[in-house]
Design a protein around this ligand. Structure first.
Ligand code: ADP
Ligand code: MG
Length: 558
C-alpha cells in the first residue's frame, strides 16, 4: 500500500457507533418510550397495591368494594406487559437494521479494497469480523442504548414521587444511587480493555485453526498433527482464560451493585418502620401513613432496577466497543484515491499506462516507470523471468494495487481475472459460475461449460449443473478446476481479460485446450493481457512484451 494517504476523518469506534445509532434514532426512541411506559405502569401498579392494602387494613373498607381496584390492577399489569413487549421488539428491530447497515458498510469497504490490499489480513479474521464482531454490536443497540436513557428517566420520576411523599426517604435513595454509576464506570474501564483483548484472541484463534485445517495433509505427512492439535488446544485455553476473566469482572460488578441496592432498601425499611411506630420525630416522618410508607418501600427496588438492568447490559457496551475497535480498523484502511491515478474511462485505448509504477512497503519499487498502450481487441502477452513484475502489472491494470506515479487509465466496463488457482466456492457448479455472471440462465451456464471442455464431465454428473462442489473444488481435478475458471470467462461479458499464467501446472491436453479457448476469445473481439511462459500463447499474441526487474526490455510484434 504505497499510498492512499490519511483519509480526512479517521473514524473512532465511539463515533462509528454513534453514527450507526443515529441511523435508527426513531426506533431507538420508540424503544425508550415503551420503556418509560413500563416504568410508569410499574409506579401506578405499586400505588394501586399500596392503596388497596391501606384501604383494607387502615380504613376497614370491605373487600367487595375494592373489586374495581383489582380490575384496574389487572389492566395496568396487562399494559405493562404490552409495553415491555414493544420495548423489546423495537430495540431488536433497531439493532437488526443497524447490524445490516454495518455489514453492508464493511462489505462495500472490503470490496473497494480489493484482493491485494486485503492480502495482509487473514480470511478467517475477516470472516469473524463480518459475522461475530458485527453480531457483538447487538446488545449495545438493542438493550444498552435504550436502557441508558431509562436508567436516568425512571429513577428521576420515582425520586420526584418519593420526595413528594417523604423527602427524608428520598434522601436515602439519592445518597445510594450515585454509588452505582461510579462502580460501573470503574469496572467498565477494565471490562472494555479485556473485551478488546478477547476479540483479538478470538480472531487469532480462528486464523490459527483455519491454517492448521488447511495444512492438515502437510502436517500428517511430517508427523506433526499431534503437535498442531496441542497448539490449537493451547490457543483455545488462552481464549478460555481471557473469557473467564471478563466474566469474573462482570459478576463482581453486579455483586457490588446488589450490595448497595440491598443496603439502601434495608435502611429505608428501618426508617419507615420506626417512623410508622412514631419513634422518629424528625422532618416529615410523623406524617408517614401506611399508604405512603408502603408505596415508598414498594418503589425502592424499582428505583434501583433500571440501574441494575443497565449494569447487566454494561458488558454489551464493552463488547460493542471491543468489536467496533477492530471493525473501525478495517474501515480506516485507506481506499485507493478515486480519480487521481487509476482512472476508468476517457480513453480510446483499452488500457493506457503513462510512467506508471508500483512500490511495495519495505520492498521499494518493483515495477516501472512504464508506458503501455493496449488497443481494444488486442491480445498482449507479458513474458519475463519469475519476479519480473508480470503479476504486479496485471494487478495494476485491474486496480488491485495503486500506481505511485504517472497515470493508469482503463476503459470502462467489467474485467475478468484468471490465474493458476481458480477460486472455487462451496456450492453447486452453477453457483460457482454465477460468480462471474449472477444473471446467467441455466442454458447459458451449460453452453459455457461445454465451450470450456467440461461437457463430458457435466453429462456424467447426475445432478448436472446443480451438483454440489466442496470448498476448494473437492471432486474436481486441477485441470477441471481451470476449465471451470475458463467457463466463467466465457460466461462473463467482460471486455478486458487479465490472465496470470493460466496454463501453468496444467497437463498437456488441458493446456492445449485453454490456448485454443483463449484464441476463440480474442476472435470475439475481447482484449486479452496474458502473463505467460507458454510458447503457443506467445505465438498467438498480437504483441509480446518482455519485462525484466519491473522494466520493459523489448517489444516483439508479430
Ligand atoms: P512475476 O509475476 O513476474 O513473477 P511479481 O509481479 O509477482 O512477478 O513480483 C514482482 C516483484 O514484486 C517480486 O520481486 C516480488 O517479490 C515483489 N512483490 C510482489 N508482490 C509483493 C507484495 N505484496 N509485497 C512486496 N513485494 C511484492
Ligand atoms: Mg506472477
Amino acid at each position: 500500500m504505497a499510498q492512499g494517504g490519511a483519509s480526512p476523518e479517521t473514524l473512532t469506534p465511539r463515533r462509528w457507533l454513534q453514527r450507526l445509532a443515529a441511523q435508527q434514532r426513531r426506533l431507538i426512541g420508540l424503544s425508550v418510550g415503551a420503556g418509560l411506559a413500563v416504568g410508569l405502569a410499574t409506579i401506578v401498579q405499586m400505588a394501586l397495591l399500596a392503596g388497596w392494602i391501606s384501604a383494607l387494613l387502615v380504613h376497614g373498607v370491605a373487600p367487595q368494594e375494592l373489586l374495581w381496584w383489582g380490575l384496574a390492577l389487572v389492566l395496568v399489569l396487562a399494559l405493562r406487559a404490552g409495553a415491555q413487549w414493544a420495548q423489546e421488539v423495537t430495540g431488536l428491530e433497531a439493532s437488526l437494521r443497524i447490524r445490516q447497515a454495518a455489514r453492508a458498510e464493511l462489505v462495500t469497504h472490503i470490496e473497494a479494497l480489493g484482493p491485494v490490499r486485503l492480502g495482509g489480513l487473514h480470511s478467517a479474521a475477516i470472516g469473524g469480523q463480518l459475522v461475530e464482531q458485527v453480531e457483538a454490536l447487538d446488545g449495545y443497540f438493542a438493550r444498552f442504548l435504550p436502557q441508558l436513557r431509562l436508567a436516568v428517566a425512571i429513577p428521576a420520576i420515582i425520586a420526584a414521587l418519593v420526595v413528594w411523599l417523604d423527602w427524608l426517604a428520598a434522601l436515602f435513595l439519592l445518597l445510594a444511587a450515585p454509588m452505582i454509576p461510579v462502580f460501573m464506570a470503574l469496572v467498565g474501564i477494565g471490562a472494555e480493555r479485556l473485551n478488546r483483548r478477547q476479540f483479538a484472541a478470538v480472531s487469532r484463534l480462528a486464523g490459527h485453526f483455519l491454517d492448521r485445517v488447511r495444512g492438515i495433509t502437510t502436517l500428517q505427512l511430517f508427523n506433526r498433527a499431534e503437535q498442531a492439535s496441542d497448539e490449537v488446544h493451547a490457543a483455545a485455553d488462552h481464549y478460555r482464560r481471557l473469557s473467564m476473566r471478563t466474566l469474573r469482572l462482570a459478576f463482581l460488578s453486579s455483586a457490588v451493585l446488589e450490595f448497595f441496592a440491598a443496603v439502601a432498601i434495608a435502611v429505608l425499611a428501618i426508617y419507615i418502620g420506626f417512623g410508622l411506630l412514631g419513634y422518629i420525630n424528625y422532618g416529615p416522618s410523623p406524617q408517614l401513613t401506611l399508604f405512603s410508607g408502603l408505596l415508598i418501600l414498594l418503589l425502592a427496588p424499582e428505583f434501583f432496577q433500571p440501574l441494575r438492568t443497565l449494569s447487566q447490559h454494561y458488558h454489551d457496551r464493552a463488547a460493542a466497543l471491543g468489536a467496533a475497535d477492530a471493525l473501525v480498523n478495517l474501515l480506516n484502511t485507506p481506499l485507493p484515491e478515486a480519480g487521481s491515478v487509476n482512472r476508468v474511462g476517457e480513453t480510446p485505448a483499452a488500457v493506457s499506462l503513462q510512467q506508471a509504477g508500483v512500490s511495495f512497503l519495505g520492498r521499494g519499487r518493483v515495477l516501472g516507470p512504464l508506458d503501455l498502450e493496449i488497443a481494444p481487441g488486442e491480445c498482449v502477452a507479458l513474458v519475463g523471468p519469475s519476479g519480473a513484475g508480470k503479476s504486479t502489472l496485471l494487478q495494476l491494470i485491474a486496480g488491485f494495487v495503486d500506481s505511485d506515479s504517472g497515470e493508469v487509465t482503463r476503459a470502462a466496463g467489467e474485467i475478468a481475472w484468471m490465474d493458476q488457482r481458480p477460486l472455487l466456492i462451496h456450492g453447486s457448479l452453477a453457483d460457482n459460475l454465477r460468480l462471474a455472471a449472477p444473471a446467467a440462465s441455466d442454458d447459458e451456464i451449460q453452453l459455457a461449460l461445454q465451450r470450456a471442455g467440461l461437457g463430458e464431465l457435466l453429462s456424467a454428473l447426475p445432478a448436472g449443473i446443480d451438483t454440489a462442489l466442496g470448498e476448494r473444488g473437492v471432486g474436481l481435478s486441477g485441470g477441471q478446476a481451470q476449465r471451470l475458471a475458463l467457463a466463467r470467462v466465457f460466461l462473463s461479458r467482460a471486455q478486458l481479460l487479465l490472465l496470470d499464467e493460466p496454463t501453468a501446472s496444467l497437463d498437456e491436453e488441458t493446456e492445449a485446450f485453454v490456448v485454443e479457448a483463449l484464441q476463440a476469445l480474442t476472435e470475439e473481439g475481447r482484449t486479452l493481457v496474458v502473463a505467460t511462459h507458454h510458447p503457443a500463447l506467445m505465438a498467438m499474441a498480437d504483441r509480446v512484451i518482455r519485462l525484466e526487474q519491473g522494466r520493459r526490455v523489448d517489444e516483439v510484434g508479430s
